[in-house]
Design a protein. Structure first.
Length: 314
């Protein structure tokens, strides 16, 4: 502002100290892409094909994709636990095979009132992921943070199988920066787990930019943007999942991910069946709009909290 640069059209790469990074997008390269595409009203996606291809060549099939649902509350659900302690009550596990098949292979959910689920959760996850040495994927840091927390809980416990479970956690994750008992060197990529999870959010940041995300790298923005931009993805997912070798433990074979309204692609998150009977997803989001970063996961943790708190004797 001191220089009188008030509009994107006035900016140059020098204004943001533009600097390229070999093999992936630098922070300033992404910034300039956003400035340039918004300035030029350009909604085409950018893909660093060579960099992404080199990264993908390091992946080992079959590819495993995991997602956790967790809760942290000031009033613990379980005797002996601490306020704001992490509780992992659900995961989903999908496998992408080299021939293109996608299998919803495993899922875990603990809805038992009064049961502390974390150790059973990790044991189930170990059984799901130990059948091969395929690459494991997460999106953003949440799953790694949760595994760090459960590792600490295990080490402080008297669980009979804790050494086996701790070893498993260390093999698929890395220490967080604030971990008081690290087994890897955070941020330096040293001594990380032999199957340390690949962060798909970082893959997006390093190799992909889509103006339809409006600068966000959240999966809730990236997925709809990819769906709107990719003709290949549109063609594939406009068919029932049963016809494209995609299995689901929760959705019927005739479920179609790509749906349109007035010739506009509907956000796939909005096309999911309602979490609660007689309450639409829009109503859930409206009622819970005062909670940050809430979507279907927010509805899940709210339902889990109700199950636990309703079981507390008065």
């Amino acid at each position: 502002m001191e220089q009188g640069l008030l509009f994107k059209s006035q900016l140059t790469p020098e204004d943001i100290k533009y600097k390229e990074t070999a093999g992936k997008l630098s922070r300033t390269e992404r910034q300039w892409l956003q400035i340039e595409k918004e300035r030029d009203n350009d909604f085409t996606e950018f893909v660093d094909i060579e960099g992404l291809k080199a990264e993908m060549n390091t992946w080992v099939y079959p590819l495993h994709f995991i997602d956790f649902e967790t809760s942290t509350v000031p009033l613990p659900f379980h005797t002996g636990r601490k306020p704001y302690e992490q509780i992992a009550f659900q995961y989903s596990h999908h496998i992408y095979y080299e021939d293109g098949r996608i299998e919803h292979a495993n899922q875990y959910i603990n809805s038992t009132p009064g049961a502390f689920p974390n150790f059973e959760f990790v044991e189930s996850l170990q059984q799901a992921l130990s059948k091969d040495e395929g690459t494991i994927f997460k999106f953003a840091t949440h799953e790694n943070t949760i595994l760090n927390a459960i590792r600490a809980q295990l080490k402080a416990s008297g669980a009979p199988n804790k050494e086996k479970l701790v070893s498993f956690i260390e093999s698929i994750s890395h220490s967080t920066k604030d971990n008081p008992n690290p087994w890897t060197v955070p941020l330096r990529k040293l001594n990380k787990g032999t199957r340390d999870m690949v962060d798909l959010c970082k893959e997006v940041v390093n190799y992909y930019y889509n103006p339809l995300t409006f600068g966000s790298n959240s999966i809730k923005k990236v997925l709809p943007a990819v769906l709107k931009s990719s003709q290949f993805v549109q063609k594939k997912y406009s068919k029932p999942i049963g016809a494209i070798a995609v299995s689901s433990k929760n959705l019927p074979d005739d479920h179609v991910w790509l749906k349109k309204l007035d010739n506009e692609i509907i956000d796939p998150y909005k096309s999911l069946p309602p979490v609660y009977d007689n309450i639409s997803q829009d109503e859930i989001e409206t009622r819970l709009s005062n909670i940050d970063n809430i979507d279907d996961g927010g509805a899940a943790l709210t339902a889990y909290g109700k199950i636990q708190y309703y079981s507390i004797p008065i």
